[in-house]
Write a protein that binds this ligand. Structure first.
Ligand SMILES: Nc1nc2c(ncn2[C@@H]2O[C@H](COP(=O)(O)OP(=O)(O)OP(=O)(O)O)[C@@H](O)[C@H]2O)c(=O)[nH]1
Ligand SMILES: [Mg+2]
Length: 479
């Protein structure tokens, strides 16, 4: 018994960037050869990719936590840390990616279409890369940034050319079983089909897919029966086939009123199904009363503009005509469709405005928000005065100090950089950057004071940074 899972919550975590390294070149007779700390590696991305061999989201139902590997820290001798590996997660064709609020982030259709669900953190620059004419021997390096972690919802919408819709027991599964090689369960009780079935039909030179979804009943669009959950599978189909039962034993039903009920449900569901071409199939004409009834309602249905096919799934009657007619409609809609854009669309979540920042005051606390200031804070090792001074320089150059002053900030006021939870708060010293500059702290030669202790501090820092990994499948950042 296979379980069908068409909606899962997935928690992805991209890899953290490796920390930059602060190191000093050493050689015989040339003990102070300049900074040679390498950059940290980039953290791996988490990427969802459509893979035709994958048909369900079951894997993600069983293990919903997925983590890409971290970038390695830089090392002395100008050695850069290795980049983390991207984690590629195969998903079925027709997977829709939503955020926690139900907003669509990506709609993945077509082999190879991919979506970066979590971007890996940048590696921190090593002190070699931070050296400049003014700062010849930086005694610090930048920290790697944490990778993006986020919760997404994956929803599967079947991608089929033709969808069979109708009341339970109308014979939808029987029909797909005789039109294609699909072998769905068929039985004489309602809701035999609990999950959509897909079949491939070849008619002449046209090959198309056909989907059989669970039966619809009045109120389906409001969630009665199984309807609503599965109507979304119908959304993508280019042709709708009404399968009508001409031999039902329920006295209050007949093919025309059944059609009206199903149409009303499709309308109530919405989803843009109105303009989809439809054909009507009158099934079970092997039953004598059924054939008679079919003949009676046919003119009425044709008067409404439907193409009508009288078939028997059991006696294999009228099937060839039906499958060729469907092939023709499918071929026409394919020809009318604009050429598919590249299947290698990579949708990056939230394009970030990299340039600006804002300063707002909340009860005497000045809050700085902006891509750059927030990133710079994440890259800063606050145990290292030089690194803190470098941060102050960067913020100053961006104009943060000026804006704080304009916003009315005075010495000693609290300044927070970042969003509420992970903001870094400190007391503002307006002359911090300039003062530090005059003291000549940055670029001063720290090579004489305990480089080993500094190296140990960096190691501890990286370990703390990587600690968050422990909850993910025993991943060992140092392996
Ligand atoms: N006599 C006759 N019986 C049929 C025909 N097609 C289907 N049936 C019977 O109708 C019953 C229901 O068929 P299914 O194919 O399971 O119907 P369905 O529309 O898939 O039903 P759900 O999955 O419950 O929505 C079964 O007992 C079939 O054998 C037909 O052409 N003639
Ligand atoms: Mg069925």
């Amino acid at each position: 018994m296979t379980t069908f899972v068409d909606r899962v919550e997935l928690h992805v975590a991209a890899g953290n960037g490796g920390h930059g390294c602060a190191s000093v070149h050493r050689e015989k007779f040339k003990p102070l050869g300049g900074p040679d700390g390498g950059n940290g590696g980039r953290g791996g991305d988490v990427v969802l990719v459509v893979d035709q061999d994958v048909t369900t989201l079951l894997d993600y139902h069983h293990s919903p936590h997925r983590k890409a590997t971290n970038g390695k820290p830089g090392e002395g001798g100008n050695r850069s840390g290795k980049d983390g590996q991207d984690l590629v997660l195969p998903v079925p064709d027709g997977t829709v990616v939503l955020d926690g609020n139900g907003n669509v982030l990506a709609d993945l259709v077509g082999e190879g279409t991919s979506f970066v669900a979590g971007q890996g953190g940048r590696g921190g620059l090593g002190n070699a890369a931070l050296a400049s004419a003014r700062r010849k021997a930086p005694g610090f390096a930048l920290l790697g940034e944490p990778g993006i972690a986020r919760d997404v919802v994956l929803e599967l919408k079947t991608v089929a050319d033709v969808a069979l819709v109708g009341y339970p027991s109308a014979g939808k599964s029987s029909l797909i079983s005789v039109l294609s090689a699909a072998k769905p369960k068929i039985a004489d009780y309602p809701f035999t089909t609990l999950v959509p079935n897909l079949g491939v039909v070849t008619a002449g030179t046209t090959v198309y897919t056909i989907a059989d979804v669970p039966g619809l009943i009045p109120g389906a669009s409001e969630g009665r029966g199984l309807g609503l959950e599965f109507l979304r599978h119908v959304e993508r189909c280019s042709v709708l086939v009404h399968v009508l039962d001409t031999a039902t034993l329920e006295s209050d039903r007949d093919p025309v009123s059944d059609l009206d009920v199903i149409e009303a449900e499709l309308r109530a569901y919405g989803g843009g199904l109105e303009d989809r071409p439809r054909v009507v199939v009158l099934n079970k004409i092997d039953v004598p009363d059924g054939r008679e009834l079919a003949g009676m309602v046919r003119p009425d249905l044709e008067a409404r503009g439907y193409r009508v096919f009288e078939v028997s799934a059991v006696a294999h009657e009228g099937l060839r005509e039906l499958s060729f007619a469907l092939a023709q409609i499918v071929a026409e809609t394919r020809a009318a469709r604009p050429v598919q854009e590249s299947t290698r669309v990579v949708i990056r979540p939230q394009a970030v405005d990299d340039s600006g920042f804002t300063v707002t005051e909340e009860d005497g606390l000045f809050r700085v928000r902006g891509e750059k200031p927030e990133r710079w804070v994440r890259q800063t090792d606050f145990n290292n005065d030089e690194a803190v001074g470098y941060l102050a320089d960067r913020l100053n150059r961006l104009g943060v100090e000026d804006e704080l002053r304009k916003a009315g900030a005075k010495a000693g006021d609290g300044v927070a950089i970042g969003a509420d939870e992970d903001a870094v708060v400190f007391d503002w010293e307006p002359t911090m950057a300039a003062g530090a500059e005059m003291l000549g702290r940055r670029g001063e030669d720290h090579r004489f004071d305990a480089p080993r202790a500094a190296a140990q501090r960096r190691k501890d820092k990286q370990a703390a940074h990587d600690e968050a990994d422990d909850e993910y499948q025993g991943f060992d950042p140092f392996a």
